[in-house]
Design a protein around this ligand. Structure first.
Ligand SMILES: *[C@@H]1O[C@H](CO)[C@@H](O)[C@H](O)[C@H]1NC(C)=O
Ligand SMILES: *[C@@H]1O[C@H](CO)[C@@H](O)[C@H](O)[C@H]1NC(C)=O
Ligand SMILES: *[C@@H]1O[C@H](CO)[C@@H](O)[C@H](O)[C@H]1NC(C)=O
Ligand SMILES: *[C@@H]1O[C@H](CO)[C@@H](O)[C@H](O)[C@H]1NC(C)=O
Length: 536
């Protein structure tokens, strides 16, 4: 007999103890209305009472095996699940019979293009038929299969007494799909450089929470680390010649992400936040003493912008490209003689020139078959002028996406009060309770909210602390963006989420991710005393 937790809040009260604690020496305090320890929670799931042992030489069957993306993921997850099993041959004598020896992955579509809105749904069935166990992941795309593998890996736990990997509470029947198509994390590699290996570790950990967009805020005021072949002096704006990304590095990051079902949305923020461009090309500054925003009056400015886009379009296949557009202080335009003269000749006030710059950049992106994304100031300043393909990226505060979708534009939610990870005094539950659809009631308008993104601005974060600043709070947002609203907004959702998130944070730690304790007053600080991982 299986219990069904499909959208029936009354069933949440059913007590279900020792779900995971069987597999751990420490006692985990169970919430009184336990949900399974799967993060983010699947859309629909049922489970039973059987335990199944998994063969460490688990093999992959089904047509999924013919996809290199699925095969590579299977190998990664086998490494994760059987971490403790390296000495099996030595420990075990004689033949051991395992319940599950094969993982069957069936993928319906051969199309492996990763784009916004790609089908990430999957079904995961785990059962103990007479004699042998059966595990099947069924998905429409390889990316759905990756999500199913993640869920499978979270159901596997190592039993320290038998030294075997077990799945408890079988049979499992899980039918899962994301709530939002865009579930992002932003990394800022301008305020501090992040080595490629660290970016890869972060991408890997994103896949554990089913996040699917890495927003790469590549360049900003302080540094320009990216190689641009057409304008090779641009990366003279890097902090040092060792803190740079080659074209090959960028390809590598996109490839590594795609193998994990993660899109990379590049950002080139204009016309503000671009002072570092002028280190290599001082003509981009209005004057040597007034360096930002980029000089709107020169053709050269737009030649460089177009050159950057042409060079990087080849690297970033994702249909969204972020053009920034935030925090533009036009003083250097009005108080530099030559730019001011140009404004007068074109009968433009400073704000008209801001609009002119943003729209010109949008059109360049559109001509390269990108949909432009802009920070919300562009919408707040000239909402009706933006190209209809624009995606508006909220950050300043609440209530912006309702206005954006009312105008028929798409929106990404990142309200800084709740989803800026550099705000280390924002506790996990405030992150968890931020709702992208707040104030939006029409289904047609709700569809225009692509999802949301947590932002890891890096003024005070580098390799020494970036991952513990991201985790575990980014996971709180990831469940909000993946799981059904009934689960994340219910009467008891805070208390059920806390123990599940504490469990997930320890899972991240076991996988080598330096996620900080969940309930610290300041995120990312170390524990303040001895104790179990599961209680911090
Ligand atoms: C699991 O087993 C317990 C104890 O035998 C029983 O009370 C419970 O109803 C079973 N649950 C399911 C889902 O089969
Ligand atoms: C990524 O690179 C690897 C190694 O070069 C290659 O085997 C794989 O097919 C690439 N993946 C994608 C999605 O391009
Ligand atoms: C021009 O504006 C910039 C930015 O606000 C300011 O720092 C600078 O002093 C101004 N220069 C003049 C000559 O007013
Ligand atoms: C859950 O936590 C949030 C953030 O602290 C709070 O605003 C909300 O009222 C809590 N919900 C419930 C039902 O307690």
């Amino acid at each position: 007999m299986a219990l069904c937790y499909c959208y029936k809040p009354t069933l949440f009260i059913i007590v279900f103890t020792f779900f995971i604690s069987q597999s751990f020496a420490v006692k985990i305090s169970q919430p009184h209305h336990s949900l399974p320890f799967i993060w983010p929670l699947p859309a629909k799931f049922t489970f039973g009472n059987d335990s199944l042992s998994i063969d460490p030489s688990l093999s992959l069957t089904g047509n999924g095996a013919s996809s290199s993306i699925v095969r590579a993921a299977f190998d990664r997850y086998r490494g994760i699940v059987f971490k403790n099993s390296y000495s099996f041959g030595f420990l075990r004598t004689g033949k051991v019979a395992y319940d599950v020896t094969k993982l069957n992955i069936v993928v319906h579509s051969k199309n492996e293009e990763l784009q916004l809105g790609v089908d990430e749904s999957y079904n995961l069935f785990i059962s103990k038929a007479t004699g042998s166990g059966k595990v099947t992941i069924e998905a429409n795309t390889v990316f759905g299969a990756l999500r199913g593998l993640e869920t499978f890996s979270q159901l596997c736990s190592f039993d320290y007494s038998t030294k075997t990997v077990q799945i408890y509470k079988a049979p499992w029947s899980i039918r899962d799909k994301p709530r939002f198509p865009f579930r992002g994390l932003m990394l800022d590699t301008s305020r501090h450089y992040l080595p490629v290996d660290v970016i890869k570790q972060i991408i890997e950990s994103m896949s554990y929470t089913k996040l699917n967009v890495l927003h790469w805020h590549m360049v900003d005021t302080q540094s320009f680390p990216l190689e641009v072949p057409t304008y090779p002096n641009l990366w003279k704006g890097s902090y040092t010649k060792w803190e740079r990304y080659t074209i090959e590095d960028a390809y590598e990051i996109v490839n590594f992400s795609k193998m994990r079902g993660i899109n990379v949305m590049a950002e080139v923020d204009v016309p503000g936040h671009a002072e570092s461009w002028g280190v290599g090309y001082p003509d981009l500054w209005p004057s040597p003493t007034c360096k930002s925003p980029l000089d709107v009056s020169k053709k050269f400015t737009f030649d460089v912008l177009s050159g950057i886009m042409t060079d990087i379009r080849k690297i970033f296949p994702f249909e969204l490209f972020h053009l920034g557009g935030d925090e533009v202080n036009t003083d250097c335009w009005t108080n530099t003689t030559q730019v001011n003269k140009w404004l007068q000749n074109h009968k433009m006030a400073a704000n008209d020139a801001y609009q002119y710059f943003v729209l010109k950049a949008q059109n360049m992106a559109i001509s390269k078959n990108w949909s432009p994304v802009n920070w919300e100031e562009t919408f707040n300043t000239f909402p009706t002028k933006l190209h209809p393909r624009t995606v508006v990226h909220n950050w300043l505060g609440p209530g912006v996406c309702p206005k954006v979708v009312a105008k028929g534009l798409r929106c990404i939610f990142s309200n800084q009060g709740v989803w800026y990870l550099d705000h280390v005094d924002v506790p996990w539950d405030v992150v968890y309770n931020a709702e992208p659809l707040e104030g939006i009631h029409e289904a047609s308008e709700q569809k225009l909210v692509l999802g949301g993104e947590v932002c890891m601005w890096a003024e005070r974060a580098d390799t020494s602390d970036v991952q513990q600043t991201i985790w575990p709070r980014a996971a709180a947002a990831a469940e909000r963006l993946w799981s059904e609203r009934q689960y994340t907004s219910g009467r008891n959702s805070n208390s059920t989420a806390l123990s599940r998130l504490q469990y997930f944070r320890c899972l991240l730690n076991r996988r080598g991710v330096p996620a900080a304790p969940v309930t610290n007053f300041y995120a990312r600080t170390a524990p303040d005393g001895p104790g179990s991982c599961f209680e911090q």
